[in-house]
Design a binder for this molecule. Structure first.
Ligand code: IPD
Ligand code: CA
Ligand code: CA
Length: 271
């Protein structure tokens, strides 16, 4: 069913864009600071820096200043319930913390908004490149202010596919290894650069032809914004059971409509 975007949706979109850019500026400053970045451990291989926290605070402050009643789910601050019951803002203030604190220039700010539990809009911002990928339901996807749409599908043998791999104590290595063993001989390359939000959003501009993840345990804030951007650009997004709206995203496949079925079979070892 066609969704009619409201004036509130648009206002929220513009405010969220501003919030992503302000948070991105904080991360950029941190990235270029002379000092080695300090971090704390939240869990096994789960790191947080003062920049993750400052970026999330900045996003919440910016959005609450226009929408004081809105609810938030933030990776760093948890759930903040609100009275604007239909909307929830989902924040990953720094996706790719491990890259960030190693000086690898691949990380992003990721913000999504759900309305009545459905994805309404999503933004993934790469502050070092000043690239904002975004989408609002039913209105297509954009890079900065330019509309984006995927082209014809590449054959499997020419595709670069990205993924998130499990590491240390996080995830199921054997599933990931079996999937890699299956796909590697079929495609032109597999990449695991380390910011799930960015990798998913990059399928909308075909830097990657597809993205999947099953072994790595991704949270909703890692994937929510990327999912709506990729969908609005023309990709098919499901879990690895082929479900486009599972109650919980335990796996993910984002691909061109002409390649999605083929990849789904390979990743499920159906030949
Ligand atoms: C991580 C990144 C990474 C993925 C991890 C996530 P964070 O997010 O998205 O690509 O493999 O599973 O936790 O911790 O940098 O926000
Ligand atoms: Ca993340
Ligand atoms: Ca994060």
């Amino acid at each position: 069913m066609e969704y009619l975007i409201t004036a509130t949706d648009y206002k929220l979109l513009e405010t969220t864009k501003l919030a992503a850019k302000e948070a991105g500026a904080i991360l950029k400053e941190g990235y270029y600071s002379e000092e080695r970045i300090n971090f704390e451990r939240k869990g096994a291989s789960d790191f947080v820096t003062a920049y993750d926290r400052a970026a999330e605070k900045c996003i919440i402050k910016r959005i609450s200043s226009s929408f004081p009643e809105i609810a938030f789910i933030g990776e760093e601050s948890g759930n903040t319930p609100g009275n604007m019951s239909d909307y929830t803002v989902i924040i990953d203030p720094l996706d790719g913390t491990n890259n960030f604190l190693h000086g690898v220039p691949h990380f992003s700010v990721s913000i999504a908004v759900t309305k009545h539990s459905n994805l309404l809009l999503g933004l993934v911002y790469q502050p070092l490149l000043d690239e904002l990928l975004w989408a609002i339901r039913g209105d297509g996807a954009y890079m900065n202010e330019r509309p984006i749409r995927i082209h014809s599908a590449r054959p499997l043998s020419e595709m670069i596919v990205s993924t998130c791999l499990p590491y240390h104590a996080k995830g199921d290595c054997s599933t990931a290894l079996n999937q890699l063993t299956t796909l590697m001989p079929m495609v032109a390359g597999i990449r695991s650069p380390g910011s799930a939000a960015l990798e998913i959003a990059y399928t909308s501009i075909e830097r990657f032809d597809a993205f999947w993840s099953q072994g790595a345990r991704l949270d909703f804030w890692d994937i929510a914004a990327g999912i709506i951007i990729a969908r609005e650009a023309g990709c098919i997004v499901t879990d690895l059971n082929g479900d486009p709206s599972p109650p919980q995203w335990k796996s993910l496949l984002v691909a061109h409509p002409e390649r999605h079925g083929e990849l789904l079979n390979h990743l499920n070892f159906i030949h």
